[in-house]
Every structure is written in structure tokens, then in C-alpha cells.
Design a protein around this ligand. Structure first.
Ligand code: GTP
Ligand code: MG
Length: 177
């Protein structure tokens, strides 16, 4: 019998990078090619088992809206968050820059100790890749000495590749004791 630990997780990133698609892949194991843009924010929950610590992590997930008109609402959702996914689309360098802006904002405004994961989505579009692993590595190195744990990952909400792995790694990076 494992203990249940609740953690609040928020997804940040520009519109259409695939935040909602990642959440739906994680929570329902489905994908929708015609997903509608999120209005305000959506709330979902899902659990991850961490058997080596006899803990089940329950994620309370806030999937924020990336459209400009909702930007002022976003701080409400990362306030009190234990973890954040800053999502970009690997086929668009500008969206990678925006994800870095979110990381900067979290470092200034989010709760101390928040676990951050920089997530490159749409890995199934490898042939159109514009953001390389080297760019990600270089960026993470530039953050060295930062207070926060910053992980990085790539995934495809469409194929499902890498999605569970993100949440498994975050669960293990959280303070579980
Ligand atoms: P907002 O709610 O507006 O902030 O957007 P979002 O970040 O939630 O994006 P959403 O999940 O709605 O996905 C946007 C579009 O990208 C949809 O048409 C998805 O089908 C598509 N998409 C999402 N993930 C992937 C992926 O991994 N690969 C591909 N090829 N398309 C994806
Ligand atoms: Mg959405």
C-alpha cells in the first residue's frame, strides 16, 4: 500500500505547441488532430507510481491557454505550482525562445523549488526539426548554478513517444520524503 502525494503541475507555452495534446496523451492516452485551442485553462488529474519510494504521485494538472488574450491569467496557475512543463514545438525556433522566456518568468515569479521541464513536442515531425539537441544542451548549461531543477525532454503527443517518461521523471524529481 503506497502513500498518495499531491502535486500541482502547470503547462506553459505558446498556442498550438501541443500542451493540451500532451496532457490528453498522458491522462487519456488519446490524440486529436483537430484539437481546439484552450479557453482560459483546463484541469485534469493523473497518477504516477513511484514504487521504489512506495508513493503514488497524483498530479493536479493545469493546462493553460497559450493565446495572447489569456496571458494575464497564467500567473494564477503557476502560483503554488510544484512543477511546470515549458513546451515548445521542435519545428519552430521562435517557440523555443518563448519557452525559455517562460522559464525566466518562473525563476522570478514561481514558488522556490519548482521543478521545471523544458519540453520539445512534435518529435514525429523530425524531418522539419529546427531546434537541435545541442541548442537545448547549451541552454541548460547556461542555467548552471540556478536554484531550480531544470530537466529537458522531447516527445510526440501524436505518437505518444516520450510523454509518460516526462511525468515519471518529474515525479522522481519532486520532494517525496
Ligand atoms: P492552446 O490551447 O491554444 O494554447 O494550444 P496547445 O498548446 O494546447 O496545442 P494543442 O494541444 O491544441 O495542439 C495544437 C495542434 O498541434 C493540434 O492540431 C494538434 O493536433 C497538433 N499537435 C499537438 N501535438 C502534436 C504532435 O506531437 N505532433 C503533431 N504532428 N501535431 C501535434
Ligand atoms: Mg490547449
Amino acid at each position: 500500500t503506497s502513500r498518495l502525494a499531491l502535486f500541482k503541475l502547470v503547462l506553459l507555452g505558446e498556442s498550438a505547441v501541443g500542451k493540451s495534446s500532451i496532457v490528453h496523451r498522458f491522462v487519456k492516452n488519446t490524440f486529436d488532430d483537430m484539437r481546439e485551442s484552450t479557453i482560459g485553462a483546463a484541469f485534469l488529474t493523473q497518477t504516477v507510481d513511484v514504487p521504489e519510494k512506495e508513493i503514488t504521485v497524483k498530479f493536479e494538472i493545469w493546462d493553460t491557454a497559450g493565446q495572447e488574450r489569456y496571458k494575464s491569467l497564467v500567473p494564477m496557475y503557476y502560483r503554488g505550482a510544484n512543477a511546470a512543463l515549458c513546451v515548445y514545438d521542435i519545428t519552430n525556433e521562435q517557440l523555443f525562445e518563448r519557452a525559455k522566456d517562460w522559464i525566466n518568468e518562473l525563476k522570478k515569479q514561481a514558488p522556490e523549488g519548482i521543478v521545471i521541464c523544458l519540453v520539445g513536442n512534435k518529435l514525429d515531425l523530425e524531418q522539419d526539426r529546427k531546434v537541435t539537441q545541442d541548442q537545448v544542451t547549451e541552454y541548460l548549461e547556461s542555467l548552471d548554478g540556478s536554484e531550480n531543477i531544470v530537466l529537458s525532454a522531447e516527445c510526440s503527443a501524436k505518437s505518444g513517444d516520450g510523454v509518460l517518461d516526462i511525468f515519471n521523471r518529474i515525479a522522481r524529481a519532486l520532494p517525496l520524503d
